[in-house]
Write a protein that binds this ligand. Structure first.
Ligand SMILES: NC(=O)c1ccc[n+]([C@@H]2O[C@H](COP(=O)([O-])OP(=O)(O)OC[C@H]3O[C@@H](n4cnc5c(N)ncnc54)[C@H](OP(=O)(O)O)[C@@H]3O)[C@@H](O)[C@H]2O)c1
Length: 338
């Protein structure tokens, strides 16, 4: 089997870490791994396939002989360095928001629009984590009937905001429980996250939505190539370490019954159905964390519209919402069957 020289930019981060585990788990044929991060991490070592690999500083010259460059070092680093990687001959798969809405750059969820990956010109964008989870969840329903409108509320874990956010929830929880502190400092989140719920992810825009909420609208339309579909999202940060949950209401052109939906989810790709309320079975973040699939439960007819369904979807956003989706795209373009 052909082997590939792979670079990971942002290797020390929450997503970078999971990218390494997923490539190892799925036996992605890595010939050489180049580990890249900021100057702060230069010289430190990471372990990959029993080898200690020294981290180098991400620079324009990091990509000589690289076949695949997985970027998860933030949008400004992607904007600055991904074009150099592509010019050096690598295919970039970018986890940031830098290129997602660029018409020339495909935005890919392999379960939904795999063919778009092949029209890349050197860069492929990975969608926003909440968008990926929702796209995988609604795809089997979309195949039965076009979806006209989605109203979604997210319950997003702190690891969605990176390694420093995980540390902030740990620290605040410890300070409140163990030290009885009353005044809690916040640096990553705008207000205290421990024992709280924050209806604010990313910056507020003029229309009153946040950027994260508008990403769910704009990216879903691009992935499904359906600009009649509208998404109204409220994105919320909750004190959970890993996995995003989403309450999703969809309005379809044609009626989809609950049993049709269940069958479609059972046959759909990348999904696990956990929907048996008589036995108190529904998915929670603890069920999906560390797993690849998006978990679906609480399927019911939406009583407020004629053709509507309500459901609950939960997915590990570091895996399917980021690293796994990126590695699946790499497998796709390399012709590797997963
Ligand atoms: N977390 C998620 O669930 C998730 C999901 C989907 C997409 N994403 C996206 O993935 C990207 C990474 O997110 P994350 O959560 O992994 O963040 P993170 O934990 O904060 O990690 C950031 C990474 O970027 C590196 N970095 C920061 N500044 C740099 C610089 N000037 N030059 C080179 N490297 C630099 C850091 O290296 P040092 O350790 O050396 O500082 C670290 O490896 C972001 O664009 C984010 O929006 C995240």
């Amino acid at each position: 089997m052909k082997q590939y020289n792979v670079a990971v930019a942002g290797v020390t981060g929450a997503v970078g870490n999971v990218l390494l585990s997923i490539m190892q788990e799925r036996k992605f044929p890595v010939k050489n791994l180049t580990a890249l991060a900021s100057v702060r991490s230069e010289g430190k070592k990471i372990k990959f396939l029993d080898e200690e690999i020294e981290i180098k500083e991400l620079s324009e010259n990091s990509f000589k002989n690289i076949d695949i460059a997985l970027f998860s070092a933030g949008a400004s680093r992607s904007k600055e360095f991904a074009p150099h990687a592509a010019e050096s001959g690598a295919v970039v798969i970018d986890n940031s928001s830098a290129f997602r809405m660029d018409d020339e750059i495909p935005l890919v969820v392999p379960e939904v629009n795999p063919n778009d990956a092949f029209r890349h010109k050197g860069i492929i964008a990975n969608p926003n984590c909440s968008t990926i989870i929702m796209a995988v969840a609604i795809k089997p329903l979309y195949d039965i009937s076009p979806i006209k409108r989605i109203v979604v509320s997210t319950y997003q874990s702190v690891s969605g905001a990176g390694a420093k956010a995980i540390a902030e929830l740990e620290k605040q929880s410890r300070e409140i429980i163990c030290e009885g502190k009353k005044v809690i400092n916040c640096s990553v989140f705008p207000v205290q996250i421990a024992f709280n719920v924050i209806p604010h992810i990313d910056v507020f825009l003029e229309n009153g939505y946040t950027k994260e909420e508008m990403k769910m609208h704009n990216e879903t339309r691009k992935i499904f190539n359906d600009y009649n579909l509208s998404v109204s999202a409220t994105t919320v940060r909750v004190p959970v370490f890993t996995s995003h949950s989403e309450s999703i209401n969809i309005e379809t052109r044609d009626k989809i019954t609950v049993s049709q939906a269940r069958k479609a989810f059972l046959e759909g790709s990348g999904l696990t159905l956990m929907d048996d309320i008589s036995n108190i079975v529904y998915p929670t973040p603890l069920d999906s964390s560390g797993k690849d699939n998006v978990f679906i439960g609480r399927i019911r007819e939406d009583i407020s519209v004629e053709n509507g369904l309500s459901l609950w979807a939960v997915g590990d956003q570091l895996r399917k919402g980021a690293a796994l989706n990126a590695v699946q795209i790499a497998e796709l373009i390399c012709g590797i069957k997963s």
